[in-house]
Design a protein around this ligand. Structure first.
Ligand code: WQD
Length: 351
């Protein structure tokens, strides 16, 4: 059974990816210092898969501690690297924190992969590397532009670091550019747990609908789009997760042409903010309390994916619709509320 190290395994996409890897015959270990996550998300993974995944509570910015994981697991068939800070707004306020954390952890992981000759590496990247694209849908060869935030720069720089490293040694790498990951596992055992007030659209919608937020703001309806609000490519987190399994299968089978290939992970459909809200209202059968405000700095008008390359080469076919995304997100938010009520305001997922 091939063993995979998932860094950031207690995170939203990391945990969903661990579930998919386990369900497709991989053995998995996690490394996550829980600075932005909770270890008990792996209890949810165990409830889904029956497997108790070992997590190394390690700060990957500390080389010796990172190296110790590889020393204990020299037989890794691959590494999937999620561990990074990802809050766009925070990155603008604290750029050095983002460059230190996101780049030092990546450099340590890559150094260890080189020292232990780990053959396969999958990097968690983002459509943010395109900046404000000239066109949509974007393909993997669409020109990238200046990133919109220090977070975006860490993804652009991270991609270059991975590419140059893979070009210089025997490692084979894949960069996966996520569009907008949303939703929760259909089992309702794991889902997104934003820390603090959510910046992203779907948790802002569900927290407003459940009453945790008084009202949601739509950041601008004066964009040059069909209804004036921004267009994004929302993609279910389980579809994103399965793409990681397919990417590892592809590398392990030696199907890769180059030693660092890039894949867009989006549905190829762009929805406006107001269309997403309408879909949520249809799913939840309740009106959402929102109002239109000014534009948010750094937002781009529209971006959605051309995902043909992932379809053709990885055999990746997104399964979840926007309706599924909203339904699973809403089910999860309602579960969090029930847990808080049961536990007198505490939340088992947050403790
Ligand atoms: C989507 C749309 C907002 C909240 C970011 C990162 C990207 C990736 C996903 C990490 C925009 C609008 C949002 C709200 C709103 N993250 N919105 N009211 O900005 O496309 O992408 O998250 O990899 O890298 O850049 O996602 O969900 O924040 O916003 O109107 O309360 O929803 O203006 O048009 P974004 P988002």
């Amino acid at each position: 059974m091939k063993k995979i190290l998932v860094t950031g395994g207690c995170g939203y996409i990391g945990a969903h990816t661990i579930v998919d890897l386990l369900q497709h015959g991989y053995h998995v270990i996690s490394a996550d210092n829980n600075s932005r996550s909770k270890p008990n998300i792996l209890d949810g993974v165990e409830r889904i898969t029956g497997v108790k995944v070992k997590n190394y509570t390690v700060d990957l910015c500390i080389f010796d501690d990172t190296h110790a994981i590889f020393q204990e697991n020299p037989d890794l068939a691959g590494v999937i690297h999620f561990a990074a800070y990802k809050a766009v707004g925070e990155s603008v306020e604290k750029p050095l924190l983002y460059f230190e954390n996101n780049l030092n952890s990546l450099l340590n992981i890559l150094r260890c992969c080189d020292n232990f000759q780990i053959p396969n590496f999958v990097f968690s990247s983002s459509c943010t590397v395109y900046g404000n694209p000239d066109e949509s849908p974007v393909t993997e060869s669409t020109a990238t532009h200046e990133a919109e935030s220090p977070y975006g720069y860490t993804k652009q720089m991270g991609e270059k670091i991975v590419q140059q490293t893979a070009n210089s040694n025997e490692m084979n790498a894949i960069l996966l550019r996520y569009f907008n990951p949303v939703g929760a596992h259909p089992s309702n055992e794991i889902g997104e747990i934003p820390l603090g007030k959510p910046a992203n659209l779907v948790p802002a919608i569900t927290q407003t609908a459940i009453g945790k937020l008084p009202q949601m703001l739509v950041f601008g309806n004066d964009y040059p789009t069909r209804d004036g609000s921004c267009i994004r490519d929302y993609i279910h987190v389980v579809d994103i997760a399965h793409a990681h399994t397919l990417a590892l299968d592809y590398l392990i089978a030696g199907k890769n042409k180059g030693n660092c290939e890039i894949f867009n992970l989006g549905t190829g459909n762009g929805y406006t903010v107001l269309e997403a809200i309408r879909m949520f209202e249809q799913v939840s059968e309740q009106a959402l309390n929102y109002s239109i405000s000014g534009r948010r700095a750094g937002d781009i008008t529209a971006i959605f994916a051309n995902n043909e390359k992932a379809r053709q080469l990885l055999g990746w076919v997104p399964q979840f619709s926007l309706e599924d995304m909203m339904r699973t997100a809403w089910n999860w938010e309602q579960k969090l509320k029930r847990e808080e009520t049961l536990l007198g305001g505490q939340n088992v997922f947050l403790n």
